[in-house]
Ligand binder design. Structure first.
Ligand code: UD1
Length: 419
């Protein structure tokens, strides 16, 4: 099992081109199942989750190959509509293959997915919506067996109780080739939903309203292949900005998606660092110790503060001047990284969905274990701020979402090795 060994205390400075978004790549790769002809995806990040999605595609008979950051997927010959339990368990996002497979073949068998340990992550909204679209769903021995009786799902009016990203994606994927019109009320507005819809439109789908709460999809019987560039990863962007800000450094990020990162940038700015943006660039300078964030940081669906950036900003605020308060409103169990910060000398109190962080002048190195993807990335930030050396184990979590993080940190002048 690989580990990261980090010696903290250096001021990080540098320039980096952001990788493509993981959370866009996965549903877009699933969406390629719906297309007749080659789908060429540029800016596809080299991540274990992306390779897990490619294995799912290959296992059902698609041809999926990579050259650098370009993936080419051909789904002309589907040989199976069943995704093995082993593949489903590799990542939670595998559940979006359910909607895509239904859209393609009118049936699928999947199992309850695996993924990050962020507390219970039910799929009740996904299943209820697909049932509303006429899909017959049976659960048997850990398998979910879905079938659209006429071979094609039917358009429906669906109102989500919560704007779930995954449920919105599954409905879109099933609806683009369904019979008739589907309306999703209270749809998720995350930029990655717009990226998925942008890709599907390039393949001939009829979708409007993405980025707003009401999405309308008119089913088309056939989609074609296309060439598409995946949007930059706004969470990786938030991670490197938090990292460099915490070490009082300076950073230029290129290939950034500035408007989509705004909900994070507006909070980071309150720590006193200077942030300048231009069309696809973000420049950050943080010459002195960060200030605590005065207003409570509440994670909310987009355009609120993203839950995926909670841990990485918290790591930076562990060494800020003053007290910051987080309120986690999306997931029940998303403070598991705080034990590692405390082990490094941070002062954090967690009570239910609230975490109170009293900034300390210094952290110290410690040996810790990554608990989940963003929590693990946050531990890297804490270790880079700490005096002395730290070891982070279970870095397979970090590799799910960051392309060679140690190389980026090395470019910034940090001391981080994979052993
Ligand atoms: C996606 C992102 C993840 C991000 C999250 C919230 C991907 C691959 N993952 O996850 O990085 O943290 O959005 O922005 O894009 N819920 C239910 N029932 C359901 C579905 C969801 O109760 O049927 C609950 C979940 O348990 C959670 C909340 O809704 O508490 C939000 O989940 P959702 O928006 O679905 O997140 P994901 O799509 O899993």
């Amino acid at each position: 099992m690989q580990k990261f060994v980090i010696t903290g205390g250096r001021r990080l400075c540098g320039e980096l081109a952001l990788q493509g978004s993981k959370n866009s790549s996965l549903p877009i790769m699933a969406a390629a199942l719906l297309c007749c002809g080659d789908c060429t995806l540029h800016s596809c990040p080299k991540l274990t989750d992306v390779y897990a999605a490619a294995r799912i595609l290959n296992c059902v008979g698609c041809k999926c190959s990579f050259e650098g950051n370009t993936a080419v997927i051909n789904s002309e010959n589907i040989g199976s509509t069943e995704i093995s339990e082993e593949l489903m368990r590799e990542m939670r996002s595998s559940i979006i293959f359910m909607g895509a497979m239904l859209g393609r073949a009118g049936e699928c068998t999947v199992s309850v997915p695996g993924g990050c340990e962020l507390g219970p992550r039910p799929i009740d909204m996904h299943l209820a919506a697909l049932r509303k679209m006429g899909v017959d769903i049976r659960e048997s021995g850990g398998s979910i067996i879905c079938k659209a009786p006429s071979g094609r799902a039917k358009g429906a009016k669906i109102s989500l109780a919560f704007p779930s990203v995954g449920a919105t994606e599954n409905i879109i994927l099933c609806a683009v080739t369904a019979d008739g019109e589907t309306v999703i009320n209270n749809a998720a507005r995350e930029p990655e939903i717009c990226d998925l819809c942008g890709f599907l439109r390039s393949c001939g789908a009829d979708i409007s309203g993405d980025g707003e709460s009401r999405i309308i999809i008119n089913g088309k019987h056939q989609l074609h292949g296309c060439e598409y560039t995946i949007m930059p990863d706004r969470i990786v962007c938030a991670t490197y900005l938090s990292m460099v800000a915490a070490t009082k450094g300076e950073l230029i990020l290129t290939n950034a998606c500035v408007p989509e990162t705004e909900p994070f940038l507006s909070v980071l700015e309150q720590t006193g660092c200077s942030i300048y943006t231009s069309e696809k660039k973000i420049y950050l300078r943080s010459g002195s110790r960060l200030r605590a964030v005065r207003d409570r940081i509440r994670t909310m669906p987009h355009p609120g503060f993203p839950t995926d950036a909670q841990a990485v900003l918290m790591a930076a605020l562990c060494v800020a001047d003053g007290t910051s308060v987080f309120e986690e409103n999306i997931f029940d169990c998303r403070y598991r990284h705080t034990d590692a910060f405390v082990k490094m000398g941070a002062d954090i109190q967690v009570l239910g969905k609230v975490a109170v962080i009293k900034g300390r002048e210094k952290l110290h190195g410690a040996n810790v274990e990554a608990t989940d993807l963003r929590g693990g990335a946050a531990m890297v930030i804490a270790a880079l701020c700490a005096e002395g050396s730290s070891e982070i184990s279970r870095i397979c979590h970090i590799d799910r979402g960051y392309e060679k993080m140690e190389e980026a940190v090395g470019l910034f002048g940090g001391d981080m090795r994979r052993v």
